[in-house]
Design a protein around this ligand. Structure first.
Ligand code: FES
Ligand code: FES
Length: 157
């Protein structure tokens, strides 16, 4: 089937099998390898992308379901060579170790902060509860998101 998706503001088209998962289209067909695969069973959240602005686990969505829709992946966070405050926060607050979960954490947090610009620590922990990190213990991830929330409230990006 012919699929057309706008990804990070750019139109992409591909012929795909109806059974192809969105994450495999991103990584294997379009070579957008920033989106990771951690489990393939909807548990880990490493594959999280935004479909029409809402976080989805792209290992649980068929590519054909994204036809005609807007997608944002981790590659879309940086703008004109400027890191997004979330990316900056993860760097400043050491929000990652191996980095495997990081793309999913960033995308979930991006959508979350749009809806909840002034979150409590509990709000943040709830928001990322569908994203598993095997390394950090979450303390620095929470700090990274708090850093980004504060910067975004001050008008950064
Ligand atoms: S790879 Fe999709 S949730 Fe783990
Ligand atoms: S930083 Fe390694 S899984 Fe999260």
């Amino acid at each position: 089937m012919r699929v057309q998706i706008t990804i990070n503001g750019e139109k992409h088209e591909a012929d795909v099998e109806p059974r192809l998962l969105l994450v495999h289209m991103l990584r294997d067909v379009l070579r957008l390898t920033g989106t990771h695969i951690g489990c393939d069973t909807t548990h880990c959240g490493a594959c999280t992308v935004l479909l029409d602005g809402r976080p989805v686990k792209s290992c649980t969505v068929f590519a054909v379901q994204a036809d005609g829709r807007e997608l944002m992946t981790v590659e879309g966070l940086e703008q004109n060579g400027q890191l997004h405050p979330l990316q900056e926060g993860f760097m400043q607050e050491h929000g990652l170790q191996c980095g495997y979960c990081t793309p999913g954490m960033l995308m979930t947090s991006y959508a979350f902060l749009k809806e909840t610009p002034n979150p409590t620590e509990g709000d943040i922990r709830w928001a990322i509860s569908g994203n598993l990190c095997r390394c950090t213990g979450y303390v620095n991830i929470v700090k990274s998101i708090q850093y980004a929330a504060a910067k975004l409230r001050q008008g950064g990006a």
